[in-house]
Design a protein around this ligand. Sequence first.
Ligand SMILES: Nc1ncnc2c1ncn2[C@@H]1O[C@H](COP(=O)(O)OP(=O)(O)OP(=O)(O)O)[C@@H](O)[C@H]1O
Ligand SMILES: [Mg+2]
Length: 262
Amino acid sequence: MYLDFFGFKEQPFNVTPDPKFLNFSESYQDALAYLIYGIRMRKGFVVLTGEIGIGKTTVINALLERLDDSHRISSLVHSNMSLKDMLRFIFRDYGLDASGKSKSELLLNLQEFLIRLDQKGGNAVLIVDEAQNLRSWQLEEIRLLSNIETAKRKLIQIVLVGQPELLHLMNSLELKQFKQRVSLHFHLTTLTQDEMETYVEHRLKVAGYQGKRLFEDGALEEIYKFSEGIPRLINAICDRALIKACVSGHRKIDRKLLRKVM
Ligand SMILES: Nc1ncnc2c1ncn2[C@@H]1O[C@H](COP(=O)(O)OP(=O)(O)OP(=O)(O)O)[C@@H](O)[C@H]1O
Ligand SMILES: [Mg+2]
């Protein structure tokens, strides 16, 4: 509704992860570099954690765009599935036939596939998003997959992505063995206020805004207090502020207006 009022070509603060709007501050660039390094160096397990709405899935989407064709990628969003179900998804993503096979046959076939891929110079990647919801026995099963290796290297790189509870889960006693296998862990940190301001500016620009400065300093301070530098919350509050400004005929957003929508 406010598109014409402000002269936007599209909504600047949509919550869908559109790559056009990507704005990679230092922590995101580092996260991406860590993930790429872990995969290229065949570290076996790489873990990415961060608060709700901070941009973990966004980083993973950026990662998928950056891995070249030598990588075979399976990307799962965890929902309560057994190893056998998980293997079926992995088979589909790797273009293998899983029909009518038992769990042990699937594991054997996967191993054969990974060895062939490795011989051809390829690298297999498995990404499990929302991994904080995994039960410890499920994490243990995923660990079994990482056992597929040659004397020299891991044949499948597993990227676990989740909210900070994932760390608690990994720290639990029965998973000590699992934790020892994780060679790389990166925790995404919230945006600083400067980074948030760059983030907001960037989104307005990409959405086609060409007018005068829209958010005043006082408003930006309020947005930062409210969002604590979490992108999803920044988007939500900015969107509400734009609607309110449009409805009340304001072309600028100040502290007072911002407080009304918090
Ligand atoms: N670096 C970024 N550049 C641009 N937009 C971003 C960035 N990070 C996050 N966002 C925005 O914030 C929203 C939330 O990000 P995302 O869904 O990746 O968070 P998440 O950490 O995966 O959340 P959850 O814990 O709920 O899974 C995205 O839809 C996107 O609009
Ligand atoms: Mg996510």
